[in-house]
Structure formats: C-alpha cells, structure tokens
Design a protein around this ligand. Structure first.
Ligand code: ATP
Ligand code: MG
Length: 725
C-alpha cells in the first residue's frame, strides 16, 4: 500500500506508522478513540462503514477539525462558531504557495487551490466547477463566499478598471454581489437565520494570465411566495427589515415608512440579525454601480409591497358587487397606489374584478372576485413584482461584472444549491429541489463513481464492483418522455379547467405505476404520491400543485403594472407589441410552467457542468439547533446518506487511495530503474509490449508509453527483488 506524503505536523505521525502494516494499524487506530481524529481522509478508514466514518468525523469535530477528505469530495462540518484563523489571508496564502496543497490539512482552500492549478495546468477539461451541497444551514453559502474571497485574493486582477477611479475593481464587485443577492434572496427560517431562498451558480472568469477578469451569475427558483406568506416564526426577505430599520428620517417620509408601523408581511421584526444591516447592502449596491436614485426607487417599490400586504378585503353585502375593503386598511390602498405610481381606482379594479372573454365574438365580461380570489390576486401582485425585481437585480449585477468572452479564457464555477428536502408536507417546491438534487447526484455518479470503477477496469486491476445506486429510474419518473410526473403536470396545466387532485392522483398512478420509484400513501386522506429518491422517500401532496405549476398571473395585474408611472416598474413590466393593453391576447398566452422553466434552466446548467472538471464539497450540519460543539450522530448520518458520500468513500477506499501519475512516479523512483542495467530494461520493454492498448483496453492515464513502461520496469524490479534500494 503506497504511503501518503503529508506536510502536516500532527498527521505525519499517523502517516509514518501506517506504512508498516496498514490494515493492522488502521484497526488499532480505529479502536483507539484518541487517534481517530488523525484520519484526515475517510478513504483510509477500514472498513468503511457509516459507523466508522461517523466516529472519525465526530472525533475530528471534537478537536476542531472541520474538514475531512473523502476521495474526490471534501466533507465540511459547520462549526457554528467563528474561527477567523480558519479563513485568514495568511492561511489562503499558505495553501496558495504550497508545493502540494492537497498534502496540507483538508480545507476548502486546498480544493480551491487545486481547482485553480487545474486551470493553470490546462487540465482537460480546463474549466472547473465546485459543487457545494448540503441541507439548509449546512454552510453552503458561507463556503461559497469563502471560495470567492480566496479567488478574489489569489487571482486578483492587476489592471484597474479602465483607468476609471470611480469604478470598483472587479474582485470588489464580485464580492459585493453577495450581500446584495443575500439581502434580496435570503431570509430567516426555522432552520437557518440566513437561508438562501434561491439557487445560485456563479462563474468566475479568468483571463489568459489566470487573473479574475469578470463573472456571471445564474439563479434558480426564487421562493417568491415568501414575500406574501411567511411560515410561523419565519421572516420575509432580509431587505424588508433592512429598509424598515435602516431608512433615514427623510427616506421614511419619502417611502412612507413611519417608525414603529406594523406590516402583516413583516413578521418578527424585533429579532435583530447581522443580516439586517441596510448600510452594507447600500454600500455594495453603490460599488456595483447602482445609483442612489435607482436604489431609492427599488426601496420605494418594496415599501409599496409592505403597504399592499396590509390591504384586507371583506365580503360585500350585495354579492353582485366587488368585495369591500376592511375599514382600517383603506389608507393602505392609497399609499400602495402612491408608492407604485398606479391610480388607486385601477389598482382596486385589478384586485377585485376579473375580466372574462367568451363567445365567438370574444366578448369581454367583468365579474367581481370572491374575497379569497381578491386575496390571491393581492399576493400574486406582490410575488410577480418581487420576482421581476430580483431578476432585474441579477441582470444589473451581471452587467456590472460582465466582460466580453474574448477577454476571458477559462472559468471556475461555484454552485450553491439547496440540498435534498423532505418535510411532513411537500409540494412543487420540494419536487423541483429534489429533482435538482437527483440531477446533481447523477452527475456525481457519472463523473466519479462510474469513472473510478471504469478506470480500475481499464487498468486491469482486480476489482469487485459494488452496486451503486443508479438513479436513472427516478429521473425517468420525474422528467422522462413521453410520460412522467412533469409531463403529466404540464398536461394538467394545459387543460383549461380547475384541477382535481384526487383524479390527478389516479392519472399519475395509472400512467406511471410500472416505475418502481413511484408509490403512494394509501392511508392519507390527502391526494399524494411518493417518490423513492436516492436520498430517501418523499411524499408529495397534490393539492394546489397544478396551480403552483401554472404560476398564472391574472392579465389585469400585468396590465395595471404596465400602466404604472414608476420608471422601475416600467422596466420590469415593459409594454410589448403583443400584450399592449390587450387582455384578450394575454388570456390565450401559452402556459410556460414552473416545471418546464426549471427543467430547462437546470439542463442548461448540467450542460455547463458536464463540460467542466468537477470538485465536490459536501457541507454537513452537525445538529439541527445550529449550536456550536454539538454533534448529533443520527442527523449527520442521514446527511451522509443523502449526499451519497458513504458509497463514494467505499469505492475510494476499496480501490487505491493513493495514486501517483506515471511521470511523478518515475521521477521519484528513477533510482530503482537505473540499478537494473540496460539488458533488464529491454526485458521490461518487451514485457511492456503487452500493453493495455494492445489488449484493446484504453489507457487511463495520459502519460506517454515511455513513462508507462518505466513504471512497469520499476515495479517489476521491486517485485523481483533485484534492486539494491
Ligand atoms: P441554506 O440552504 O438555508 O441557504 P446554507 O447551507 O447556505 O443554508 P449557510 O447560510 O452557509 O447555510 O450557513 C448557516 C450558518 O452557519 C451561517 O450563517 C453561519 O452562522 C454558520 N456557518 C456556516 N459555515 C460556517 C463556518 N465555516 N464557520 C463558522 N460558521 C459557519
Ligand atoms: Mg445558503
């Protein structure tokens, strides 16, 4: 068993000891609790079981070792307490200048540096991606931020931006995208005070000198419902708290945000979080080139949404009339109209009256909405404004960090995407999130597990294939053609009639029962279906799923927003030729469902990832209470299973954990070859005539034949005991 080099003081003891009788030593270490933490690579643990892996992780956690290698992945435990020395500029430098960063302690900087070197060494494929995964609160966003800081430091551009003093350097702007995106896209939830309510992929683009030249951000599936609905003890997006807490007296007047005012969509304002800092967001927006007046416009619209949330309806005395407004909320209609620059009457009509086109002549009728419908419309108005505002913000940030593709030659992509979710009640959001995780798991399987096993086979190494869980079946169930959950959901949306969840459940069962990943909870009164995901079973409720998938915005709302006098809203809701003042056309617009949109953006992402060299960081939350120094085995275990890490560790460990490229091997052990003299070398060369290529196998490493033959020669010398070394 090859001995692994290690540059670290503490770990060198174990490395040296391990060289003698590996298996025995490992067993001894495993039974010695005091030394368990020395396993800095889980592939060295033998046997690899969830129990041994858990014990090692726990032992390391106890002594503040939060990072552990696991084959090609890095396991990152969330310390839930600040360790500034763990992310200091000095440490970044240490990893950056190290001869072999992977020989230092496992760390996200080791992954970051290796990734950067792959770009410099023109690895094939040269573009890299770091996929950061884990459940809510596990530390994905924290990790991504640290990685961005690392690259902003080691790959800092040398040229100041177009000689323009007022424009911030590109690294600054890239880093400042974080507080802005987090202010608008993160919120305090039960599981994480700073939970990202969207997925994010950022490409850090490097020029031919490997300096950061630009970046681009792609986001996925913002949880826009949060703007109008917050679960008990959760909060709205941070930005709403920032403006209500941080506005100046003058701004309070302008945005109509009197101190101490209460808003239904602003629950738990008394909780003061670090994330409530308005100043940080404003400064970052300035650095990104968003002018103060534009910022002010954004905050005014947000204030408008808070006022909109306070509008409440009551049933009219005469049912043929539109809903009444609750007395105490009447003032909010006016303030909403003022802040969004929409005439109050038009706003009220769009919320309370539905326009129907019917008959051959496509006649237009007006019908008052029920109280529930009015409320749905109010919420929908807020959601559509917020979603477009977020999209616009991403666009503006992208413009600020953009460079022409001719300027950059390679990129490192960072993916911070929500982990697998299984709640007591699951709906379309979880379906999409878990679908994304299935895709990423497939990517992981394809690029790592399969590649590794195939590599062993091609090398002719003895290897008993273990059955890794292929999730193709589950993906077929979700997105396959012609029949799948997604195709049925979309079909249901196209049928222009209210969906019946019970009938829909029957349709799903009939069409997809042959797929073993599908089942159902027959004891539940609520229509549902269960999917066996690679990470476990999830029961999805069908009530409202079709409506969520339609995500329809009543045309009257779009119409009223298009007629706003507010310059920002005009940008967010442009009047196009197609829809200009034409509610009839909008009624007949084809439905682009949430699922279709999500699927195509994910496919686009997967295409990019498939063309890069991937690296995986698996963030683990040691306990659900977000407490420091608390390691809950059960919770960690389910996360290790959910990210497929146990399987990966098994494959790595059962194979050859230490791999030395031919070139390095021959350089290092050249002495063993030379000692056998020229005649021997010829014998080796002959033996090498039966190479992998001759046998029809594909050589796995791309070193040339000569170095391969040299390796064989050295090994043969060692085996035959003909060397003096
Ligand atoms: P979500 O999916 O909800 O967005 P997440 O995986 O992005 O969750 P983070 O927001 O990155 O989780 O982390 C949650 C919290 O954990 C952070 O706000 C921070 O307090 C703490 N944390 C995470 N990583 C670290 C770390 N390496 N050191 C110290 N604290 C950390
Ligand atoms: Mg996050």
């Amino acid at each position: 068993m090859p001995k692994q080099e290690n540059g670290q003081k503490g770990d060198s003891v174990i490395q040296n000891d391990l060289s003698e009788s590996f298996e025995e030593e490992v067993r001894a270490f495993l039974s010695d609790e005091e030394k368990l933490h020395l396993f800095d690579d889980l592939t060295k643990v033998n046997p690899v079981t969830t129990t041994t892996v858990l014990r090692c992780l726990q032992a390391r956690y106890r002594v503040n070792l939060f990072y552990t290698n696991a084959g090609c992945s890095l396991v990152a435990l969330n310390p839930f307490q600040p360790f500034s020395c763990l992310y200091s500029p000095e440490l970044m430098r240490e990893y950056h200048v190290a001869l072999r960063p992977q020989d230092l302690k496992p760390h996200i900087f080791a992954v970051a540096e290796q990734t950067y070197r792959n770009v410099q060494n023109q690895m094939d494929p040269v573009n890299q991606s770091i996929i950061v995964s884990g459940e809510s609160g596990a530390g994905k966003t924290w990790t991504s931020r640290c990685l961005m800081k690392f690259y902003a430091s080691v790959a800092a551009s040398v040229i100041s931006p177009k000689g323009n003093e007022t424009v911030e350097r590109i690294e600054r702007r890239v880093l400042d995208s974080n507080p802005v995106m987090e202010a608008f896209g993160n919120a305090c939830t039960l599981r994480n005070n700073n939970s990202s309510r969207f997925g994010k992929y950022i490409q850090l683009q490097l020029d031919r000198f490997h300096h950061l030249s630009s970046a681009s951000i792609q986001t996925f599936l913002l949880e826009k419902t949060r703007v109008a609905y917050q679960a008990p003890n959760e909060r709205n997006f941070h930005i709403f708290y920032q403006i209500t807490k941080g506005a100046t007296a003058e701004e309070r007047l302008e945005w109509n945000l009197p101190e101490g005012a209460e808003y239904r969509w602003l629950p738990n304002p008394e909780r003061n979080l670090d994330e409530d800092s308005f100043e940080v967001t404003r400064a970052a927006m300035c650095h990104l080139g968003i002018e103060r007046c534009t910022q002010s416009n954004v905050f005014k619209v947000l204030s408008g949404l808070l006022h909109l949330g306070n509008i409440q309806f009551s049933n009219p005395v005469d049912e043929s009339q539109p809903c009444d407004l609750e007395d105490k909320t009447k003032g909010f209609v006016k303030t909403t109209g003022d802040l969004l620059k929409i005439p109050v009457e038009e706003l009220l009509e769009s919320l309370r009256i539905r326009t129907i086109t019917a008959g051959k002549q496509q006649q237009v009728f007006k019908k008052p909405c029920s109280r529930a419908e009015c409320e749905t419309r109010r919420d929908c108005l807020a959601k559509v404004i917020y979603a477009r505002l977020f999209e616009w913000l991403v666009l503006v940030i992208n413009e600020s960090i953009y460079a022409d593709p001719s300027v950059w030659t390679s990129f490192i992509g960072l993916l911070d995407v929500y982990g697998f979710e299984a709640f007591p009640e699951n709906n379309l959001e979880q379906l999409c999130i878990n679908y994304a995780n299935e895709k990423l798991q497939q990517h992981f399987v394809a690029h790592y597990l399969k590649a590794q096993q195939e590599e062993y086979a091609a090398e002719g190494l003895q290897w008993s294939f273990i059955n890794y869980q292929d999730n193709q079946n589950c993906l077929d169930l979700l997105e396959g053609n012609p029949l799948s959950i997604f195709s049925l959901l979309n079909e249901e949306c196209r049928l222009n009639r209210p969906s019946n969840p019970a009938l829909f459940q029957a349709r799903i069962e009939k069409a997809l029962s042959s797929n073993q990943c599908l089942s159902g909870d027959r004891f539940s009164k609520k229509p549902n279906f269960i999917i066996s995901h690679y990470a476990g079973k999830v029961c999805y409720q069908l009530a409202a799923m079709v409506e969520k998938n339609k995500d329809a915005v009543p045309p009257e709302l779009v119409h009223v927003l298009q007629n706003s006098k507010d310059s920002l809203l005009q940008k967010l809701f442009p009047v196009t030729e197609n829809n200009q003042n034409n509610i009839k056309t909008q009624n007949r617009a084809p439905v682009v469902t949430v699922v279709s949109k999500f699927k195509s953006s994910l496919e686009h992402l997967m295409q990019i990832l498939n063309r890069t060299t991937p690296h995986y960081i698996r963030c683990i939350k040691p306990n659900a209470d977000c407490k420091a120094r608390t390691f809950k085995r059960e919770e960690v275990l389910s996360q290790l299973q959910a990210c497929g890490i146990v399987e990966a560790i098994t494959i790595s460990a059962a194979g050859f954990p230490v791999r030395i490229p031919f070139q390095r091997f021959t350089e290092r052990y050249e002495i063993l070859r030379k000692s056998c003299g020229p005649s021997k070398r010829r014998v080796c060369d002959k033996s090498n005539s039966h190479t992998a290529e001759e046998k029809g196998e594909t050589p796995v490493m791309d070193e040339d034949k000569a170095s391969r033959s040299a390796v064989l020669e050295i090994l043969q010398n060692v085996v035959m005991g003909q060397t003096t070394a």
